[in-house]
Design a protein. Structure first.
Length: 304
């Protein structure tokens, strides 16, 4: 449980561990905004024009990049429930401690501005009603609003970190693995590999050499229906001090209206070693109960 008046976010870690955990979760944050690659390397065995509706794999990915903008903007047209579960894990994978926050997210009247803003009303903390202090602190922290602002700007979860998923993926190679149904929806299955030749030694280049995965893009509409990302080798965050040794990300999305898809679940598992000591984390974000609304200042938002 979170004590009265305490922030509803996890305790702030020392600077380097905190930056390491940001690096471990930034990919999941950007996936929530449908960040997709700008370029692709088509499968040499697949002739141009063989992808249904598109002359090439690169054309399909370019279409998906255009679709992501309208999908991302659709968040500002709905009120929805957001659940954020953050857990620390034992070496066995069992949960040692966790926080479970449920909030109601409503677009504000200013949502037509850039970037849009949302009111975030905390309704449950570990299954019980929050205190007034917790509600006030959560509204001030505005975790979804902060995430949305950086995502719609095509930036990382922390701009000063200098990297984003879209930047990483432009340095990877892609192959079309055919079509596959996701939740009954026909999708293109697109595999991306770690780019061992990624130039440079900054953090984006190190991640590009270390992660691989699969994207499922809908045949009808080019929406990102699912994504699976995993690390294939460790990543040094701070040389000699902090290393991301394991990373797994799973994301699935569904339509909220004709022509609009948003994530429903995002889960990330990571192991970060700080001076050799492992820190294992599980973060799971769920979005549900989407209701169309006209952006307006909700009750309780004024006077914050």
């Amino acid at each position: 449980m979170i004590a009265s008046g305490q922030s509803t976010q996890e305790m702030v870690l020392p600077q380097e561990p905190a930056r390491a955990l940001q690096a471990a979760t930034v990919l999941a944050s950007i996936l929530a905004g449908f960040a997709l690659p700008a370029t692709a390397v088509p499968d040499a065995t697949r002739p141009a024009g063989s992808i249904a509706g598109y002359p090439s794999l690169e054309a399909l990915l370019e279409a998906a990049r255009r679709v992501q903008k309208s999908d991302l903007e659709s968040w500002s047209r709905y009120r929805f429930k957001r659940q954020a579960v953050r857990a620390k894990l034992h070496s066995t994978g069992e949960i040692s401690s966790r926080t479970d926050l449920v909030s109601l997210v409503t677009p504000l009247a200013a949502a037509t501005a850039a970037p849009p803003r949302f009111d975030e009303t905390l309704v449950l903390v570990d299954g019980v009603a929050p205190t007034p202090g917790q509600v006030k602190q959560h509204r001030h922290d505005a975790p979804f609003t902060r995430h949305y602002a950086t995502t719609i700007a095509d930036q990382g979860a922390q701009e000063e970190e200098g990297y984003s998923l879209s930047f990483l993926l432009t340095m990877s190679s892609y192959r079309h693995d055919g079509e596959e149904s996701v939740g009954g929806t026909p999708c293109h299955r697109i595999r991306f590999e770690a780019d061992e030749e990624a130039p440079g030694n900054d953090l984006p280049a190190r991640f590009a050499r270390a992660v691989a995965g699969i994207l499922w893009i809908t045949v009808d509409g080019a929406h990102l229906a699912r994504a699976s990302v995993h690390s294939i080798r460790p990543v040094d965050i701070t040389f000699g001090v902090v290393r991301l040794s394991e990373l797994q990300i799973e994301m699935s999305s569904e339509p909220v209206a004709a022509g609009s898809w948003v994530p429903r679940t995002i889960e990330t598992r990571s192991t970060v070693r700080i001076l050799g000591v492992p820190m294992r984390r599980l973060n799971r974000y769920s979005y549900s109960e989407f209701v169309p609304v006209s952006p307006a200042a909700p009750a309780g938002a004024a006077g914050r």
